[in-house]
Design a protein around this ligand. Structure first.
Ligand SMILES: Nc1ncnc2c1ncn2[C@@H]1O[C@H](COP(=O)(O)OP(=O)(O)O)[C@@H](O)[C@H]1O
Ligand SMILES: [Mg+2]
Length: 367
């Protein structure tokens, strides 16, 4: 029997879903609600269970336990040909001998739709992905990014309720991937289709998704908007996995209303917000490299600064990453925007410097 969701519940509901492969839980009891029109990313390193979960959403795998409900209908009750979703893979699997037009029309013809319906849908899709001029080309006469758009057009032509993308841009090189990410989002948003994508690339997830689930060993570690996950990671693992971070071990020395003081080997942190904890407990302070400033002068504030020596520098054009060795021997990564072409008193290898950061720069982690 289909389960009717409670009013206001998610368009796609994943409830306590487990996938067990002979005693190994590739997906280990995950629950999630996704709103209509959302672009949602499952993010995690290889083998964490992303594709297995996506394949269950597509109906290619059956959950060992739990339920998947789309638009009020339990997927388990639907035969595969009635499932209102479409999956696009990394290898876009376009038919090489068919034109772009026929590739997009393929699924519609197979559904037995009338000729004029097929034609108008294909034309609409070609317009959507801006490939009208290329309708009569074969896939090998297109760039990788264009092929990707044909594959998307083919997936969307069937007007699925749910679009599933498994590492959709994995085959493209970096520059093309960044450009295609934005194009895909624009197209998906124009159509308004709800989309779940899988990626191991955090920048891709951040750029494309409205929300992200960070996965590890078959579980969700954190679900949230890209900015929330980056700025307020819930655990050390997530802080470390998403972006670059400096982790410093410390002890909660003072716990006052509205702020805490944390003592580390190289500095005292004045954290301008409370944390749940008790004085004397061990905590980890996480600082993003771009939230630390480098100066030659000792900062006035006795808190939130540490002295060190520049050991390494990596120039990235728009910014430079400095590796500063603190007195304890710990290394701090600091990224500074290169806002000027030439700087008097340029910092360089071997310089004695001060790293400092604001009272709101810290992420304090207790797990
Ligand atoms: N059909 C299967 N039978 C047995 N184990 C599988 C099967 N499919 C996936 N797995 C295992 O489940 C884990 C998760 O795989 P997968 O979902 O493909 O990970 P990801 O997409 O995150 O890289 C891996 O350890 C993989 O070996
Ligand atoms: Mg995978």
């Amino acid at each position: 029997m289909s389960t009717v969701p409670a009013p206001g519940a998610g368009y796609l509901q994943i409830r306590d879903v487990v996938k067990d492969f002979g005693g190994f839980k590739a997906v280990n009891n995950v629950s999630l609600e996704i709103a209509k029109g959302e672009i949602f990313a499952l993010l995690g390193s290889s083998g964490c269970g992303k594709s297995t979960l996506l394949r269950m959403l597509a109906g290619f795998e059956t959950p060992t336990s739990g339920q998947i409900i789309l638009d009020g209908r339990n997927l388990a009750d639907l035969p595969p040909y009635e499932r209102p979703m479409n999956m696009m893979f990394q290898s876009y699997a376009l038919f090489p001998h068919l034109t772009v037009w026929d590739n997009i029309a393929f699924g519609l013809r197979r559904e037995g739709l009338p000729k004029d319906v097929v034609a108008s849908r294909v034309e609409a899709m070609l317009k959507l992905v801006q490939l009208g001029k290329f309708a009569q080309r074969k896939p090998h006469q297109l760039s990788g990014g264009q092929q990707q758009r044909v594959a998307l057009a083919r997936s969307l032509a069937k007007q699925p309720l749910l679009l599933l993308l498994d590492e959709p841009l994995g085959a493209l090189d970096k520059k093309l991937r960044e450009q295609t990410q934005i194009e895909l989002v624009n197209i998906i948003e124009q159509v308004g289709v709800t989309c779940v994508m899988v990626t191991h690339d955090q920048e891709e997830a951040m750029t494309m998704a409205s929300r992200i689930a960070v996965m590890s060993e078959g579980r969700f570690l954190q679900v949230g908007a890209p900015g929330d996950i980056y700025e307020t990671p819930a655990t050390r693992f997530v802080a470390d996995f998403i972006g670059n971070v400096n982790l410093m071990e410390g002890v909660l020395a003072v716990d006052e209303p509205g702020h805490v003081i944390i003592d580390c080997a190289d500095c005292r942190h004045y954290v301008g917000h409370g944390i749940t904890g008790t004085e004397g407990m061990s905590v980890t302070v996480a600082l993003r490299p771009e939230k630390i400033h480098l100066t030659r002068q000792k900062p006035a504030d006795e808190f939130n600064s540490a002295a060190g020596t520049i050991k390494e520098m990596s120039y990235f054009g728009s910014f430079t990453v400095y590796h500063v060795q603190l007195r304890s021997g710990a290394m701090l990564k600091i990224s500074q925007a290169n806002v000027q072409r030439h700087r008097e008193d340029e910092l360089t290898w071997g310089d004695e410097v001060w790293a400092h950061w604001s009272r709101s720069a810290h992420i304090v982690l207790t797990s």
